[in-house]
Structures are given as structure tokens and as C-alpha cells.
Write a protein that binds this ligand. Sequence first.
Ligand SMILES: [Zn+2]
Length: 264
Amino acid sequence: MQLQGQILKMISYNDQPIQYYLNLSGDLIHMNELFGKELSIKHIGFQCVNCGEDKPIYRMGFCKNCFFESPYASDTIIRPELSTAHLGIAERDLDVEKEIQLQPHTVYLAYTGEVKVGVTRDTQIPTRWIDQGATFALPIARTENRYEAGMIEVALKDHVPDKTNWKKMLQDDFEDELDLADFQKKIKEYFPADFQKFYSEGEEMWKFDYPYEKPEKISSFTLDKKPEFTGKLIGIKGQYLSFHGGDFMNVRGHEGYVIGLNIK
Ligand SMILES: [Zn+2]
């Protein structure tokens, strides 16, 4: 089977195990059905997720120009604490920023090989956690907007990492129950005083079941370094395709890349 298209992040469905769909220009390919098959991936070009032009991808699927101009790639996407839409102050485009920022957000603890803190829009639950490859996730605060969630995260990240270490995530084989609720109680004191009211205890802990077993060695490749790759797909965790022999490709890291995909 020969396919071609622009990569967007995989769509996931929280089942046991999680079901993944590769999104190639809107064609959805059910990846769980391809385990054990040989995939050949060839980098053909680019298609910026914003302007659609065939220009090198700079970050997050955007060409350099769009990354620095689109409101969908603004600083507050990565640093929620800088949000100003609740004050009516525009960063790049107030209407878009209001839509993104002025809605319920959740601050959470997730286990991705280590405990980390993060912020998500409620509409992205549980997708956000699956994209990160979290084994467990626990909401610890519920806020009305992105700014409030960001302020809590900033205070907590002096005590808990806020980045996912992809190698630790892929190496992880944590099977037992991890008590994130206990962890939450330990960091409660670091909540900023003005934001204690958003603290939420006793929430349900999420547990995720990936179609994945960790290999002996783990090495990640990009299509920049390896424009043509062939390997047998054996599993998926987070947004990482796992190939026989320990090769991994981060699908989300290739948003905006146009590829040819051959399935044998
Ligand atoms: Zn662009």
C-alpha cells in the first residue's frame, strides 16, 4: 500500500490498549493494525500547518515565518503564565488568544518515566496525557483560564520537572500503581497563596495502556537526518513509533513534513 501526505500528530483513542491513527493529510491510518508490518517512510517535502507552503518546518509544524507570527504558535502556548487575554491585552491576535486562554484549564501531575507537572485545556483531556506517553495522570487544580493554571505550574516547577524526558518515557516499564495523590499532598504547600482556591484533591487518577514494550536499546531518528527509513513497526507510546531494533520516530516532531509511506 502506497500513501502520501502531510504529517499531523497521531489521533488517539483511549482504549485498552490505546488505539492510534496516523493523520496523513486527513487520511486516517489505523496504526495498531500495522504492528509486525514493514513501513518505508520517505521525506518528500514540507507543508506548513499554517500557511501550507513548502518551506522548511521550524517548530511545531510551522515554517519560521508562521512560528513567529501566528497566534497559534505564540509564547503563551508554551508558557501559559504569560497569558494576558483575561486582561484584554493582545499578544498577537486577541480574538484567537481569548478563545484559547479563556476556558477551563487543568494543572496535573503525570508520570512519564518521572513525575512531572503540566497544564492543559480541559478539552485536551486525556489526549494531552496520551501524547506525552504518560502512564498515570492526576488533575491537581482546576482553573477558569490559562493564566491561572500557568501561574500554578510556574510555582510548582521549581519542585517538579515540567518537561517530558522522552528517553525516560520510552524506557519506563512501570507496572505498579504509583501514588500521585500522595505526591500531590507533598507539593500542596508550593501553590501560590492567591491560587490555593483552585487546588483540587481526590480527583480520579487516569491510567493508560500503550501498545508498547520497551526494547533493549532506544534511539530516535528524524527525517532530517534519515530522509528514507524502513523498519518493522512493533509498538507506539506517546507520539513515538517503535520499530524493531530500537529505532523510534516522534510523529509529533514531524508535523508539517510531507512523506510517502509504503506498507508491506
Ligand atoms: Zn507557514
